[in-house]
Design a binder for this molecule. Structure first.
Ligand SMILES: Cc1ncc(COP(=O)(O)O)c(C=O)c1O
Length: 412
């Protein structure tokens, strides 16, 4: 679609008005009725994000010599992530633009590592649980790797024995999620770590959702099982700052057990007249604002702040769990963090979803089994009664509605 550029510019006041207008049909996330895509930790955190982002918005993380400020902030953000996730002293990581970026770069590193360690006759393969995020498939298609998705068990968790069976000489990475997006459940990473050690395969833990919430939920007293670098098979992790780290969008962390493993991610080249270029991630230019906002939010909240915000999330999840069970839904597995998915034996959950959508709720669905899915933020703690009342009404409405045949659950 072509769109002509205006001959003359407009005033910022007019543009701002128009932009506000344009957002009028968007999901009403500020009302606390959106439980996907947005992590709403409250106005105070949003203010810090915005102010800190704009302070370094023009600076570029590509140039650490020009901007030692950003380099230092990145090192400190990564250092905090590594400490939270029990990394050893020699561990190293980098800020990326998001979870997909972190996963792609971890796969690139694992592939280079495999190439240096074993004879890869083909492109290599990735062994994933069925519940793993499609970012792995995207990266695999870029790097010509085969994806082996292994069914999850009846508990909706990765099946370590079946995943061991799927590994062979050409496997460059084994994956577990902490938690998976569809079910919100932490895979048995300890068992996967054993498989990885036995098979001599790189284990990546996708903690894009859980990396910056699970450690604090554990500090708050929940029995979160080991899922990070404390397990010896874990070679890399992805942990998104812009999810439950409550940082501005465009920020994730990709973390490696050692500097030597991290080195496999780095691209170092000098094929042109512009001089040698060394970049750790896929990006060339790296937005300074995403780095500075991450640094500011982490220091603004600190351990106590995260524990308090995440307590609101887990309290909200517990209230939702109790409420949906009372309405006859069945919660998938035993969620411990901020995602909960729930199915119903007799109701058409897609029809329930459609009715909730009409009431202003925007959330996700899970297809196997068909289930409603919420990714909760701190603000939802005050919205649980509203949600449960609307859910009860939508459940009644769905009983009389047309069946939702042909309804496609979409994540984007
Ligand atoms: C478990 C998991 N991994 C990876 C990703 C990809 O993250 P991003 O959307 O930041 O690329 C997501 C996104 O929701 C996710 O839930």
């Amino acid at each position: 679609m072509l769109h002509a550029m205006p001959k003359t510019g407009a005033s910022w006041d007019a543009l701002r008005e128009e932009m506000i207008q344009r957002g009028s049909d968007d999901a009403k996330w500020r009302d606390g009725k959106t439980a996907v895509y947005v992590f709403n930790a409250g106005d105070d955190v949003a203010d810090v994000q915005k102010a800190a982002y704009t302070m370094y918005m023009s600076e570029n993380g590509l140039g650490p010599l020009a901007f030692p400020s950003l380099k230092r902030m990145e090192e400190e953000v990564i250092g905090m992530g590594l400490s939270l996730l029990h990394a050893p002293e020699e561990a190293k990581g980098t800020i990326t633009s998001g979870g997909t970026d972190s996963i792609t770069m971890a796969i690139k590193a694992a592939r280079e590592f495999a190439r240096s360690e074993k004879e890869l006759t083909g492109g290599g393969n990735l062994v994933l649980p069925y519940s793993a995020h499609p970012a792995f498939d995207k990266a695999a298609s870029l790097m010509n790797l085969e994806v082996r998705r292994v069914p999850v068990g009846d508990d909706f968790l990765a099946d370590p024995a079946a995943m061991a069976d799927a590994c062979d000489e050409q496997t460059v990475m084994l994956v577990g999620s902490a938690p998976s997006f569809p079910y919100g459940l932490i895979d048995d990473i300890a068992a996967l770590s054993e498989v990885a050690n036995k098979e001599g395969v790189w284990l990546h833990v996708d903690a894009c959702v859980g990396g910056y919430i699970a450690p604090f939920v554990r500090m708050n007293g929940a029995p979160i099982p080991p899922f990070d670098f404390e397990l010896p098979g874990v070679m890399s992790m992805s942990a998104d700052l812009h999810k439950y780290g409550y940082c501005a969008k465009g920020a994730s962390s990709v973390l490696f057990r050692s500097e030597a493993l991290h080195q496999h991610m780095v691209f170092d080249t000098n094929p042109w007249p512009g001089g040698r270029m060394i970049t750790p991630t896929l990006a060339g230019t790296r937005p300074g604002g995403a780095i500075s906002a991450a640094w500011a939010v982490m220091n603004y909240l600190g351990e106590e702040g995260y524990r308090a915000k995440h307590k609101l999330v887990t309290d909200a999840r517990e209230k939702i769990e109790a409420g949906v069970k009372a309405l006859g839904f069945e919660v998938l597995g035993e969620p411990q963090l901020g995602i909960v998915a729930f199915t119903h034996k007799s109701a058409d959950v897609f029809a329930v979803y459609r009715d909730l959508y009409k009431k202003g709720w925007f959330a996700s669905l899970t297809t196997q089994p068909p289930a409603l899915h919420l990714m909760l933020s701190p603000v939802h703690n005050e919205k649980t009664d509203l949600y449960l009342n609307d859910l009860a009404a939508s459940l009644k409405a769905a009983a009389d509605a047309k069946p939702s045949e042909g309804f496609e659950a979409r994540y984007s």
